[in-house]
Design a protein around this ligand. Structure first.
Ligand code: MOS
Length: 716
């Protein structure tokens, strides 16, 4: 029986434990650590899309006061690079940089200037003269390049049943293509690092999502033991997937520090974040669906054509939801990639679902309309409690409940059933909906707890190499420790983001909350168990941690705990589910539209903190709305560079663009997922939002929008 925790334990909406540090500027982000004697590095970007560097003139740059080094492929340290052709991008991937004269994409780092001040480095970087030999035939447009598409090794074609037979068996069929543009993550905190190389050992203060994988990247690239690399990533101002990887600025800073014997700070500028820190690639998704008159799906085919770089492979798994969400006997998922002269794309919030759900849930709406069926009922008709794609039961699946509760909350029954049937003045009013699901992985995690007894009170410190990318990790880990030690959260300190602490999977893929909290729980439970065992106290006896420490005659005690997915977890498909409902008003003359209302119902296991969870969901919903309203990176059609180069032209939604957002979590604990029943929500929020809005726009205007973003000119 927990006594003290009504106000701060698991499931309570406490404020962020690190909130004060953040709003007072005391929380240290990567470049805010007071590293003595540091110098500044500024990357130089290629100004061609494909070709070769034929000459480099650094003389002018070297004359600038304060300049310490100009590093290009000519004098860069030789690093370990890829062993194979087109290796798959992974979170501990190497990031070779300045290893040859070849240029593979516009903006590629071709050099770096290191100077005493940031301004000197920036100024000198502009004085480095590089001559190129352009390759006459770069690839940066889909049209004309489709014949170069290949099947990625890691994403082989998937088929269950027979698509042609399924389509032949259908009363209604659909064959449509949905396109999404290149997008960029643009976390508020720029990618940045301070790296120092001392006696063969590296310390890097870096804004990274996964500390352990950064250790692997650096140790592998520089061929030094993992134990000689230390990463500190105490606070991360957003990542959205782009900081999963150890990007080239980190490698450059380490290299420069090694060459100069001084700590090197390197910040990727906002403009460089378009070319040097990943992106979501352009996708063309062709959907073929067949259904019977009663709504039963007979076939579902999802083919994705996208692009990777010419030297490394990344394929966003857009067909993931189409493989598992519905009860369809004939199902096909295909991926094709065109190697193009852009940087390697990478995971961006809900990689696979964010874009794949736009195709799937738009197509499902189109099919419901063809069948004259309520789109909510159409989804419910095709519900399944077994993941047919993996041939495993779901650990829990409350999709029908999400749909019904959302419909009720939103007032779906009162919707304008025919397009253009509800108007108010110049506004065409439309309602739309979509179903959502997101993989809820859980990974091996370790944590340490340090207990200290002072004046009858127990103070606890939790240490893990986990990161808080703005999501609330510090807070929910503190709540977990408070809960399992039965002490107030004010007596818990959480220390994260240091590779000296026990290893976690970091923040990504929505696995952070479940992994971190269960890891912290295991450490606390292990401490209590061992303290009881030491004194032969029955494991079920209720005794406070303070008493336990006293009985052990200890005023300090440390313990570690580790968790990993159970056999039951492996036997199930573990996903979170959700439903989106939205109301959009479209001006019938200008095509300008307003998102008026959004209702989101989520079934995501135990919600650790309703306040931080709500923050995650409105962030995800806003990012989903951004996919529809504005987000797109434009490629210059002649040169292959990006012409959207700042947040002035790469638009993201602001408060005025957003609706009233209603977020509901179904009470749920998924004990198959993990002992605490947590599933994670970092990516559920963005999933299927775009389809819900596009479907509302169809309902308002009668126009199907299959190409994101849906800018007003497309509606007139
Ligand atoms: Mo996420 S795209 O795994 O940060």
């Amino acid at each position: 029986m927990k006594k003290t925790l009504k106000e701060s334990g698991v499931g309570t909406p406490i404020n962020r434990v690190e909130g004060k540090l953040k709003v007072t500027g005391m929380a240290k982000y990567a470049t805010e650590f007071p590293v003595k004697n540091k110098v500044y590095a500024q990357g130089i970007n290629s100004t061609i899309t494909k070709g070769e560097i034929i000459s480099v003139d650094t003389s002018e740059a070297e004359k600038v006061e304060g300049v310490l080094a100009v590093i290009t492929h000519k004098n860069a340290e030789k690093l370990k690079t890829f062993e194979e052709e087109m290796p798959e991008l992974s979170t501990p991937s190497k990031a070779p940089v300045l290893q040859s004269s070849k240029v593979y994409y516009y903006g590629q780092y071709v050099g770096v200037v290191v100077a005493e001040t940031f301004e000197q480095a920036q100024y000198a970087a502009r004085l480095v003269k590089i001559e190129y030999k352009k390759d006459p035939d770069p690839t940066f447009q889909f049209d004309g390049s489709r014949s170069k598409a290949y099947t990625p090794e890691a994403q082989e074609d998937y088929l269950r049943g027979n698509i042609a037979e399924g389509l032949a068996d259908a009363d209604e069929t659909l064959d449509e293509t949905y396109t999404t543009p290149i997008e960029h993550h643009h976390p508020m905190e720029l990618h940045a690092v301070i790296a120092s190389w001392e006696n063969g050992k590296v310390t890097a203060y870096a804004s990274q999502q996964i500390v352990e994988d950064s250790i692997i990247s650096i140790s592998d690239t520089f061929q030094i033991p993992k134990k000689d690399v230390r990463i500190i990533s105490a606070y991360v101002g957003g990542g959205f997937g782009s900081k999963l990887y150890t990007e080239r600025h980190v490698i450059l800073a380490v290299m420069a520090s090694k060459m100069l014997g001084r700590p090197v700070q390197m910040t990727v500028t906002r403009q460089q974040m378009f070319t040097n820190t990943g992106m979501r690639q352009h996708n063309e998704q062709r959907m073929k669906i067949g259904a019977k008159k009663d709504g039963a799906l007979t076939a579902l085919s999802h083919e994705t054509l996208s692009h990777t770089s010419t030297f490394q492979e990344y394929q966003e798994p857009c067909g993931m939801m189409s493989k598992m969400l519905y009860n369809v006997p004939n199902n096909q998922i295909k991926y094709r990639l065109i190697p193009m002269n852009f940087q390697t794309p990478c995971a961006m919030r809900a990689p696979g679902e964010a874009t794949g759900s736009f195709a799937l849930e738009s197509a499902m709406d189109e099919m419901a309309w063809k069948l004259k069926m309520d789109p909510v009922e159409f989804r419910i008709k095709n519900d399944t409690q077994v993941d047919l794609g993996a041939d495993k039961p779901f650990s829990s699946r409350l999709l029908i409940e999400c749909l019904r509760i959302g419909a009720d909350r939103f007032g779906w029954d009162d919707r304008p059933k025919e397009p253009r049937s509800r108007q108010k003045g110049n506004w065409l009013i439309g309602y739309g909906m979509s179903a959502a699901s997101r993989n809820a992985p859980y990974q091996e995690t370790a944590a340490k707890v340090i207990l200290e007894l002072e004046d009858e009170k127990v103070f606890a410190t939790i240490q893990m190499d986990a990161t808080d990318i703005g999501t609330g990790s510090y807070t929910i880990i503190a709540q977990t420790a408070a809960e399992y030690l039965d002490i107030p959260v004010e007596q818990v300190t959480v220390e994260l983001g240091d590779s000296n602490f026990p290893i976690t999977p970091g923040s990504g893929g929505s696995w952070g909350a479940a992994s971190y909290c269960n890891g912290a729980r295991a450490a606390c439970e292990s401490a209590i168990t061992k303290l009881k065992e030491n004194r032969n106290i029955d494991k079920d006896e209720e005794i406070s941690v303070a008493e336990l420490l006293k009985k052990n005659q200890l005023n300090r005690y440390e313990a570690e705990g580790t968790v990993a997915p159970s056999e039951e977890f492996e036997k199930h498909s573990v996903f979170s589910f959700g439903a989106n409902f939205s109301e959009v008003w479209v001006d019938k003359d200008t095509g300008m539209y307003r998102i008026k209302r959004m209702v989101n119902v989520g079934s995501a296991g135990k919600i650790m903190n309703p306040k931080t969870a709500y923050g995650q969901m409105i962030g995800g919903l806003t990012m989903g709305a951004g996919m529809v309203l504005a987000e797109q990176t434009k490629v210059e059609p002649n040169f292959g560079n990006f012409i959207t180069r700042s947040l002035a032209d790469y638009h993201v939604p602001v408060n005025l663009d957003m609706a009233n957002i209603d977020v509901i979590f179904l009470p749920e604990e998924d004990k198959i997922a993990n002992k605490m029943g947590i599933k994670g929500i970092g990516e559920l929020g963005i999933t299927s939002v775009a389809a819900s809005l596009a479907n509302a726009i169809f309902n308002a205007t009668g126009k199907r929008m299959r190409d994101l973003p849906i800018t007003p000119e497309k509606l007139i």
